[in-house]
Design a protein. Structure first.
Length: 450
């Protein structure tokens, strides 16, 4: 490894960073994270802070899980790669598919299709949803419904169902036939409704109207996150996802639960859909499936969907979709080890307890800091804080101030993430009580600078 001076001099000079402006990265070089342990990260200058971001909503087991690390290292020596395209497979892929199926059995998931990450998993569910309807003899079902504020990755399909125009405008035209419903966002919504149950009813009506307008027989699937993550940690009321499920059922529309963040314990249950008592038809997963230690995702299909493919005798059920790294042996080894560690450590239980502590702690901070407009969370370790410059007018805080809050919070001991004027947190599910307190103290310091 080159020395620190070399690293600093070359920081962002040859690398374009996702979700960043290349010119801005050159002017304000990104923080170089050199090491990590437990729930902490250490930067190139030796500053060690609690990682309230969990890498990128993904390091669910923290940074020190040797079981997963050893499984990865061993597999690199046994078989570093072999293709899983039809005709060949590998032992760890078979084992991982068994572990994944078992983990999601209670959600009604019966088959998995491995990918290289969340965007791939979303793309897989969207494409297979269309193929499912063709196989059933309804090829007109090609459209997709989704929610505003939703984040479904950056492939063209995912960006098309994405509900935030920042991820869309520069890349248009996107996929035709994608329609967006209001988000269950009580702080701001077109109905001025603050009651989650009433808001859910308004959105359900909007969905019924859109389906009637488009024609149910043109709609393939509805995709949603059980708790919207990147859009600002938007937690729907309890009735919301069941209502959406019911509408999908009545109109023959597949329901895809995008569990890239919410899967594997983050919400305090093993999946977000289970948290709301819903069984979707398909799920997209990634992140916590390997705790971020290796890039893997998985699209999951219910028995209902699987049956249509597996009973096809025309040949049209062949899946002409997939990735060189689908069912990668090293990734698969990481998946099996990670699922086994996730269950052994029962990370969902700690996520629920520490999530409550973090949420309640931030609510207390909101009593002290007027710039906190809205606090969202309370369901596991996903917490969002919406920062405003005028509480009555709900004016979003300017980005220069947000960056100042971020910097001070970091210097006071915690890395948080900014999503526009929101502070977003998703620490490792293994985080301790003391570490959550460190995050709260650091936030207090960050907010105090404004
Ligand atoms: C809900 C959701 N879906 C899809 C994605 C895309 O995943 P990836 O960045 O691994 O492609 C993300 C990423 O944060 C996500 O939060």
């Amino acid at each position: 490894m080159k020395d620190d001076n070399f690293l600093k001099e070359n920081n962002a000079r040859h690398l374009w960073h996702p979700m960043g402006h290349p010119a801005d990265s050159l002017e304000n070089p990104p923080t170089i994270i050199k090491g990590a342990d437990g729930s902490h990260i250490t930067d190139i200058d030796g500053r060690r802070v609690v990682d309230a971001v969990g890498g990128l909503w993904c390091v669910n087991l923290g940074y020190s899980n040797d079981v997963v690390k050893e499984a990865i290292a061993k597999q690199l020596y046994d078989l570093p790669y072999y293709s899983a395209f039809a005709g060949s497979t590998n032992p760890t892929a078979i084992e991982a598919s068994y572990a994944v199926r078992d983990f999601f059995a209670e959600d009604g998931m019966a088959r998995c299709f491995f990918t290289s990450g969340g965007s791939d998993s979303v793309e897989t569910t969207l494409r297979l949803a269309r193929q499912y309807h063709r196989l059933r003899g309804e090829p007109t079902r090609t459209k997709f419904l989704s929610l505003k504020k939703g984040y479904h990755g950056t492939h063209f399909g995912g960006a098309s169902v994405n509900g935030n125009n920042r991820f869309r405008i520069n890349y248009e035209p996107l996929l035709p036939g994608c329609y967006h419903l209001p988000s269950p966002y009580t702080y701001r919504n077109p109905f001025n409704e603050t009651d989650p149950a009433k808001l859910a009813q308004f959105i359900a009506q909007a969905m019924e109207d859109e389906i009637a307008f488009q024609g149910a027989n043109t709609i393939a699937a509805f995709i949603m996150e059980p708790i919207q993550g990147a859009g600002g940690v938007i937690v729907p009321g309890e009735t919301f996802m069941p209502l959406m499920r019911d509408i999908c059922d009545r109109h023959g529309i597949l329901m895809i639960s995008d569990e890239v963040i919410t899967g594997f314990g983050r919400t305090g249950d093993w999946t977000g859909a289970r948290h709301w008592g819903v069984k979707p038809d398909m799920m997209s997963t990634a992140k916590g499936i390997t705790s971020g230690y290796f890039p893997v995702g998985a699209a999951l299909m219910s028995e209902k969907v699987a049956d249509v493919f597996e009973s096809d005798t025309t040949g049209e059920g062949a899946i002409y979709h997939g990735y060189t790294y689908s069912a990668h042996p090293v990734g698969a080894a990481a998946v099996t080890a990670c699922i086994s560690e996730t269950l052994r450590l029962d990370t969902k239980t700690n996520a629920a307890a520490r999530g409550k502590q973090l949420y309640e702690g931030v609510l207390k901070l909101a009593e002290k800091h007027d710039i906190i407009g809205d606090v969202r969370g309370g369901h596991g370790l996903m917490t969002g804080i919406e920062i405003v410059s005028d509480k009555a007018a709900k004016t979003p805080m300017d980005m220069a101030t947000m960056k100042g809050i971020h910097k001070t919070t970091y210097e006071a001991g915690a890395m948080v993430r900014l999503g526009a004027h929101n502070v977003l947190m998703s620490p490792p599910l293994t985080i301790t009580e003391g570490e959550v307190q460190t995050i709260l103290d650091a936030l207090d310091a960050g907010f105090s600078t404004v």
